[in-house]
Design a protein around this ligand. Structure first.
Ligand SMILES: [Zn+2]
Length: 334
């Protein structure tokens, strides 16, 4: 009996990582309880993509031109810094900042947000006062003591697209960007290995948050599949994607989860998406659960309304995509 109990206890020793998509609270009053209807166990880790500077500075990024903003080719966003309390109340432990909006308030806007996150104990990666800080892994500790490093990179295909988002330099604040060389050769793998090794030197496992793909596309672009898998080949344990603002499928690649896009988590508009609960036993991935959500007027809620859609995506989790062959990956959606 004692052995059986010990075995049960051993088998139950898992921990959970909840993953939420894009947090965009532009024009939303901080008195709106953005995450009040989202329930996450306090001992779980909770990650989301913070895709907006929480700042009240008047600066605007110079890298998104007035003409492009007027033509709605580019968007400059900001959220009331008081929203930080909503993130804290939700129990968010760690956010990715390597996205196309974190620099919308320029360096002063970024600095204000970083100070807020640091003061309120929310870990972050993907943007910083210089390249070294922007690319620095951040580490959170799971309930069983497993140390989990997060890195976050903006990985658009177009160099011009990256430039609009203000890449960090050795002396200038900005975003951690991953310029893509168009093929997945050895040199590319070595480059990603360096990113993963730097993170792993501080932790037991590595989560890579990538901001990539094409907006509104329900399936990942070929380069997302290719790059996501290459990060796993390079030693990452989880890849979590964002930017399309819609849910894209996920897969297990060599036993490691790649979530291609989580979609919107909270947004002033309305729609549906999902969170993922990833369960681990120490560093080993054990299971994934999709948790349907909706968002409306700056509030996120749990939902069952889109169960058919979620079921479809869940079945794709197990889909085997064709292996990348050099730089000519063929992507199959079914
Ligand atoms: Zn984005």
């Amino acid at each position: 009996m004692l052995i059986a109990l010990i075995l049960i206890n051993y088998q139950m020793k898992t921990w959970d990582l909840y993953c939420g998509g894009d947090i965009m609270l532009n024009g939303v009053s901080p008195s709106v309880p953005a995450f009040q209807s989202i329930w996450i166990p306090r001992d779980a880790l909770f990650y989301a993509n913070l895709e907006i500077p929480m700042t009240n500075v008047s600066e605007r990024t110079p890298n998104k031109s007035v003409a492009d903003v007027a033509a709605k080719k580019q968007f400059i966003l900001k959220a009331d810094p008081k929203h930080i309390s909503n993130l804290v109340r939700a129990g968010i432990d760690v956010v990715s900042l390597g996205n196309n909006h974190a620099m919308d308030g320029g360096a002063p806007g970024l600095r204000q947000m970083l100070a807020l996150l640091d003061k309120r104990g929310i870990k972050h990666s993907g943007a910083g006062v210089n390249w070294q800080r922007a690319t620095e892994p951040t580490v959170v500790v799971a309930s069983d003591g497993t140390r989990v490093a997060f890195v976050s990179y903006l990985s658009f295909l177009s160099v011009e697209g990256l430039r609009h988002c203000t890449p960090a330099t050795s002396v200038r604040a900005g975003i951690a960007v991953l310029t893509l060389q168009g093929k997945n050769g050895e040199s590319e793998l070595e480059r990603l290995k360096k990113i993963v090794l730097r993170a792993r030197s501080q932790a037991d496992m590595v989560v890579v948050a990538l901001h990539w793909g094409v907006e509104r596309q329900p399936f990942p672009a070929a380069y997302q599949v290719s790059l996501g898998r290459l990060f796993i080949d390079a030693g990452a344990d989880v890849v979590i994607g964002a930017h399309p603002h819609v849910l894209q499928p996920a897969e297990l690649y060599n036993g490691k989860p790649i979530i291609y896009s989580l979609g919107n988590f909270v947004n002033p508009g309305g729609g549906s998406s999902a969170m993922y609960k990833l369960t681990f036993e120490k560093t080993a991935f054990r299971s994934a659960m999709i948790i349907p959500t909706t968002y409306s007027g700056g509030r996120a809620s749990h939902s069952k309304r889109d169960f058919n859609e979620i079921s479809r995506l869940e079945s794709v989790l197990q889909t085997k995509y064709k292996s990348p062959e050099s730089n000519t990956l063929t992507y199959h959606a079914s």
